[in-house]
Every structure is written in structure tokens, then in C-alpha cells.
Design a protein around this ligand. Sequence first.
Ligand code: ACO
Length: 361
Amino acid sequence: MPGLDDVIAAETVLSDVDGANGRLIIRGHPVEELARSATAESVAALLLDGFFDDMPKGGGLAQQIGRTRRDIFHRLQPHLPAIASLPPVEALRAGMALLPDGDDFQTALRLLAGPAVLTPAIIRLRRGERPLPPDPHAGQAADMLQMLTGVIPTAAAARALNAYLATVCEHGLNASTFAARVVASTKAGLVSAAMAGISALKGPLHGGAPGPVLDMLDAIGEAGNAETWLRQALGRGERLMGFGHRIYRVRDPRADALKAALRALGTTGAASSRLALAEQVEKVALDMLHREKPGRPLKTNVEFYTAVLLDALGFPSDSFTCVFVTGRMPGWIAHAREQELSGRLIRPQSRYVGPAPQQAA
Ligand code: ACO
């Protein structure tokens, strides 16, 4: 069973990914609703509800995440220059690895706050700029943008980042969540599970795709070049980044949720031209994939408009996966807790197809 297609490896209360109909329900809420109105903190509260006895209700969680951002900044500040010499997602993984492991709510808080603090700090250090401390009273999305740029973001920008973080917060048993659940099943702890999640998410077939999407749009440059560029890429046997999905047989609903967030952001100037180009490239790519790969349901996935949205918000393309980690973290923690509480070690089998032992003459 290469790729474990169609294998049900867990029961979950967290999300229903309906690939046939292009619907995603997260703990009873359609993803479109969360993208419109949820925040990083409210989706964390939604996903972690019932998994920690001491998790505060209402605004208490947001306050605790804010205070934890400040604590983590001070805890990790001395290590930041060494960490930031690595590519961004490896730097983020190295920083997160410095957090103490455990299964308790304090560990979960550090995991929720860590990527929001480390991502802007790593970006700034790689640009030769000083990392900026968090504001524990700001919302997580607004604070990330403020730590990135040094200025208080517009409400529209904070809303757009919240829309992104909410859209990607949870998505069933994808590769990174499965990796996190396998580690959690050994009782290694939530930080270990999250490290597995980050490592799996990093790959270009999973959460590493949006950087290459932006590279593709840059390389195409203008809509008139799309047909030739995309045909040549397919001719070289390459995959078009931001298209195709193992589960969705129709369009990934998160792509439209992010496109709506981009429209609500009201892009102007370069970001607006980039959105227009993306829409034209998407159309040409979908037509071409339909023609070149008949019978394959290759549609736009979440990563395509992730690239355009995070670029419009000022994140550099090599850091997009770090922002994805920030968004997906509550999903990984909730799955890890669900796995720990269901209490069964994940241990499938392999079939040996190697050589038999040599018979003695
Ligand atoms: N461009 C061109 N061809 C593609 C693409 C693509 N984006 N995706 C799949 N195909 C082709 C494959 O080459 C294969 O063709 P073949 O049978 O003629 O060799 C066929 O479609 C099926 O490919 P599979 O690998 O079986 O598809 P799978 O469902 O396993 O792959 C995946 C899903 C990895 C997402 C794939 O579509 C892909 O590589 N897409 C590009 C990378 C990407 O956007 N990743 C982000 C996914 S969303 C997320 O993880 C958050």
C-alpha cells in the first residue's frame, strides 16, 4: 500500500476532510467561516478544547499565549544569531527544539507561541536587522506582523493573517499530522511530536510548496508567458507547485478561502498585480493539467494562494513554511493529545522483499 492511500489510521474529533465534495469541517465549523472571522487564538481554543484540564476559557487563552511569546523571546534570544544562520524553516525547527518537552498545557502554550516569535526574529536576523520583542497584549497575528516590520499593522493586514492561520489550522491525517501522531503514540511528548510535524511539513510536496509557487510566478513574470513556461515545466517532468492533492478530487476549499482573504485585504500596487497574474496563471495551469493529465483531478490547492497572501503581507518566500508551522501548530498539538489519550502505539508492519539468507554449502 505505497502512500497508505485510503487507509484509516485514526479516528478524530478534530476535522472532516471531504475530498470528494471539496469540504473541510473543523470541529463543526466550515473552513470558510473560520477564515472569515476566527483568530489564531480562537482556533487554538477550538482545537484544544477538552484536551487540557487547566486551559482557560475565553480571552484567558489569548492572554496566556501573549505572555508566553514574551517569555519565549527572552528564553531564546541568546540563541537566535546561531539559529538564524540556517535556512528559515530549519532555523525555526532548531529554535523549537530548545523548548523543554512535556505533555502539559504549559508545553502546549510554548508550542503555540514559539513559531510566532521565532519566525519574524529569524527573518529580521537574516536581513541583518535586530529581532523585535513581542507585545504580549497584542493578538498573535498582529504581533507577528509588528515583530516583522516594527510598525503596528493595519486591522486589514492582521485580519488577513488571522484568516490564513485559521484556514490552515487543521487538516486531518496529512503527512505532518500523521508524523506528529506517530511520535505522540510513543509518549515522547508534545515538543517531539511537533518537531516531527515541522520536519514533514518542510518538504515541497507538503508545506514547502508555497515558496516555489512564488518563484514560479516570478519566473513567468507576465500572463502572456504562462502557457510556454508551464508547458516547458511539464515537459521537463516537473510538478506545478500549488496544484494537486492526495485527498481533494475537486478544488481545495482552502484555496478559495485564501483568495477571499486576499480580496478583503484589498491589495494595491505590486501585490495587486501579483494577484491578477496568479489568477491568470491558475487558469492556464488548470486548463493545461486537464489536457496533459486526463483523468487526474489536478486542481488548485491551498499553497497557491498562500504564496500570494503571505507575500502581500510582507513575508519573504523562504519563510512561508514557518508561517504555515505557526498556523498548523494547534492542529498538531490537538492530534498529539488525542493520540496520547487514545493510548495505542502506532506500529504498522512491512513486508520483506529482500534476499533470503544464503544456504550453507
Ligand atoms: N503538476 C503536474 N503533475 C502532477 C501534479 C502537479 N502539481 N500533481 C500530481 N501530478 C501528476 C503526477 O505526476 C502523476 O502523474 P503520472 O501518474 O502521469 O505520473 C499523477 O498526477 C498523480 O500523482 P501522485 O503523486 O499520485 O499524486 P498524489 O496525490 O500522491 O500527490 C501531491 C499529491 C504531492 C500534492 C502532488 O499533487 C504534488 O506534488 N503537487 C505539487 C506540490 C504541492 O502543491 N504540494 C502542496 C500540497 S497541499 C499541502 O500539502 C498543504
